[in-house]
Design a binder for this molecule. Structure first.
Ligand code: SF4
Length: 177
């Protein structure tokens, strides 16, 4: 298994803002997060990377706690206007590129890891869900909240900042290994 030192060495070349390591025993799974997805997110029921496609609460808990170790990192993007969707999407692509690089280059593309990241997968213009299988399962990263995990709680527990100022977007990635 990859060591903490190897991960720290591997991520040094990427523009990572903050990071933390912890044991998956610390993870809490909140049914209310699933309710918020259902009530407020347009991606609910529209993506393989979101509920209900990611499985029941119990399946998510099982999947996540099958791993012993957790590594969370954040990246930040400064945008001119946080309400400008085009700008936000561009900033999000930069974060996704870093997530992919850390997954493949640091952990290894064949490593047994669960990579969770910000928001719904956007690889395909139109998600294949529910009519066909996911087109790129090896590249698709479910949303952290889809597993009913609260990023804010992890941030509080590990002195990571969730809000970094006006027009600054903070993106997260949680890798279980
Ligand atoms: S890779 Fe395509 S099919 Fe799979 S979750 Fe992402 S958008 Fe949907």
């Amino acid at each position: 298994m990859i060591s903490r030192e190897e991960i720290e060495k591997g991520i040094a070349k990427y523009p990572i803002f903050e990071y933390a390591f912890f044991n998956t025993d610390e993870l809490n799974f909140y049914p209310n997060v699933r309710k918020i997805c259902e009530a407020q997110c347009p991606q609910y029921g529209n993506s393989w990377s979101c509920p209900p496609a990611v499985g029941t609460l119990e399946e998510c808990r099982q999947r996540c706690t099958n791993y012993k170790n957790a590594f969370i990192f954040s990246t930040i993007s400064e945008v001119k206007d946080i309400l400008n969707m085009e700008e936000m999407l561009g900033a999000r692509h930069e974060h996704t590129d870093i997530v992919q690089a850390v997954h493949r280059e640091v952990f290894g593309k064949d490593a047994d890891v669960l990579v969770l990241t910000a928001e719904s997968c956007e690889i395909c213009d139109v998600c294949a869900y529910p009519d066909a299988r996911c087109k790129y399962p090896e590249k698709m990263y479910p949303c952290i909240e889809s597993q009913t995990i609260l990023v804010t709680e992890i941030c509080e527990n590990h002195n990571m900042t969730f809000l970094n100022g006006h027009n600054v977007v903070t993106w997260f990635c949680l890798i279980l290994y």
